[in-house]
Write a protein that binds this ligand. Structure first.
Ligand SMILES: Cc1cc2nc3c(=O)[nH]c(=O)nc-3n(C[C@H](O)[C@H](O)[C@H](O)COP(=O)(O)OP(=O)(O)OC[C@H]3O[C@@H](n4cnc5c(N)ncnc54)[C@H](O)[C@@H]3O)c2cc1C
Length: 462
């Protein structure tokens, strides 16, 4: 009897653990990731030919070693494709992948999508200037290439990533002009049990805060960006206190001269492949927008398709690793025609770990919630869809003309039809539609889910 074939897309903590568990249970595993080396976002490795210093807390670096060791253990017996982009999923499940110089179709008995998240932007005047970057992107440049993207930096946004990236930039020698947070960190104290459950990570956060204090970086909580200015690249950022609903309070502005603005207002789940496969979705803005629905084992409504990690809802690397093991095991058993009833007993530690870190993630959640006023930052001429150059004014006009669904606005303006497939502007467009996003479907995912060279598509190979 041949071993069931499991294809895993994504080699972050969720995908690596899922691949390992599926292999351990006798499956023939293929692991696909568009990055050149495994690790995913948080455990991103430096380019093979570049010497980088370690970025991250000592605890995070220890966790990274564990995950990469787990990868090294399975590397022998797993069919690994790095630098490979999954751009479509069809029933089967069948995954279409762009490799270095040709495309290839992988047929699977079960498909595990562990595709993680991308960063969420809230457009404000000047956010498309050179030198205004996503905070996670700034971190990725340090981790992968050993590059510090600026010398005098403003780090702005919502949630704990802002603190981590600001501290990492300070550690790398940048001067931190200011750090602004939409929602004060103390809101997490509303869930003391959740904080207790994640006390190890809380300690890492406190160390980052101490690093910022040592660097003399002003931490402005309850503040938001108003405008970035400069020619041809960013030279200053103006920030202001907000009214509690995200609207800047006139008269409270402060202007900082900077050569880099690093911003992050949360995350958007990379759910296009799962949605293309036919998974049902739910809307949860703080966890990544429209999320594929998986059961406790990650199984979706699409036959043979499983989801895990942040791509199924932002819950952090510790949940991703524990859940990856659960979902890898469940996919292998299901593909082999076996039941999953024993998994609660066999993987009891992983179920407990997932529950514990979910409690901590619930405590973090209010820091990532965006009040409605944040969508007022963009003015009429602020570009919202960067790929197609569509402004807030054009989107507002479409909404005023009665195109109130996300798909309606997309069809009428081209917002979301560019290279990123709507990943960047989806949250902004949804905010302009006059029905709550939960009541209107997301932009329809179409092949290609990611940009792929035409020459690669034209050359189909084994
Ligand atoms: C930019 C960024 C920075 C972050 N920094 C921190 C931090 O400092 N501290 C922290 O605690 N958390 C951080 N996070 C969150 C943390 O990375 C995640 O919680 C954790 O990595 C989730 O693990 P995962 O395996 O679910 O997904 P990920 O680690 O995101 O891995 C997903 C993998 O899927 C691959 N992939 C996605 N789509 C495709 C496709 N179509 N084809 C092929 N491959 C694909 C990606 O290349 C990636 O390697 C960050 C997240 C982001 C997006």
């Amino acid at each position: 009897m041949t071993a069931p074939g499991i294809v895993v897309v994504g080699a972050g903590p969720a995908g690596i653990m899922a691949a390992g568990e599926a292999k351990r249970r006798g499956a023939a595993v293929t692991l696909i990731d568009e990055a050149p080396r495994p690790g995913g976002q948080i455990y991103r490795q430096g380019d093979a030919d570049v010497t980088t210093s370690s970025v991250g807390s000592p605890q995070e670096l220890a966790r990274k070693r564990e995950i990469l060791d787990a990868f090294a253990e399975i590397a022998e017996g797993v069919d690994i494709h790095a630098g490979a982009t999954a751009y479509a999923v069809f029933p089967g499940p069948q995954v279409h992948v762009a490799l270095a110089d040709h495309s290839r179709v992988f047929e699977a008995d079960a498909l595990i999508l562990a595709t993680g998240t991308g960063e969420r932007a809230v457009p404000f005047p000047g956010w498309t200037l050179p030198g205004v970057l996503y905070a996670g992107g700034v971190q990725a440049m340090m981790k992968a290439h050993g590059v510090r993207a600026g010398d005098r930096v403003a780090v702005v946004g919502a949630g704990p990533l802002i603190i981590a990236v600001a501290a990492q930039l300070a550690e790398a020698g940048a001067e931190i002009a200011c750090v602004t947070l939409l929602t004060p960190l103390r809101v997490m104290a509303r869930r003391p049990l959740g904080l207790w459950a994640g006390r190890g990570v809380v300690r890492e956060g406190m160390a980052y805060l101490r690093r910022l204090r040592r660097a003399g970086a002003p931490l402005l909580e309850g503040w938001v960006p108003v405008r970035a200015e400069g020619t041809p690249a960013v030279e200053s950022l103006t920030v202001a206190r907000h009214d509690g609903a995200g609207r800047p309070l006139m008269g409270s502005e402060r202007r900082f001269e900077v050569d880099l603005v690093a911003m992050n207002f949360g995350f958007t789940a990379n759910s296009e492949l799962a949605r293309m496969a036919g998974a049902e979705v739910r809307f949860d803005p703080a966890r990544g927008g429209w999320l594929p629905i998986g059961d406790q084992f990650g199984a979706t409504a699409a036959p043979g398709v499983f989801v895990t990690g942040d791509g199924a809802g932002l819950r952090g690397a510790l949940v991703a690793a524990a859940e990856g093991r659960i979902v890898g095991a469940a996919a292998a058993l299901t593909a082999a025609g076996k039941g999953t009833s024993e998994l609660h007993r066999e993987l009891a530690a992983d179920f407990t770990e997932r529950r514990r870190h979910l409690a901590f993630q619930d405590a973090l959640r209010p820091t990532l919630e965006l009040p409605a006023g944040v969508w007022s930052w963009a003015t009429g001429d602020t570009v919202v869809c960067r790929c197609e150059g569509i402004t807030q004014g054009r989107l507002r006009q479409a909404a005023d003309e009665g195109h109130v669904t996300v798909n309606g606005i997309k069809r009428n303006t081209r917002a979301g039809m560019g290279w990123c497939g709507g990943r960047t502007c989806l949250a902004s467009v949804a905010a302009l539609a006059d029905r709550p996003p939960a009541e209107t479907p997301p932009m329809r995912p179409r092949p290609l889910a990611r940009p792929v060279p035409a020459a690669v598509l034209a050359r189909r190979g084994p």
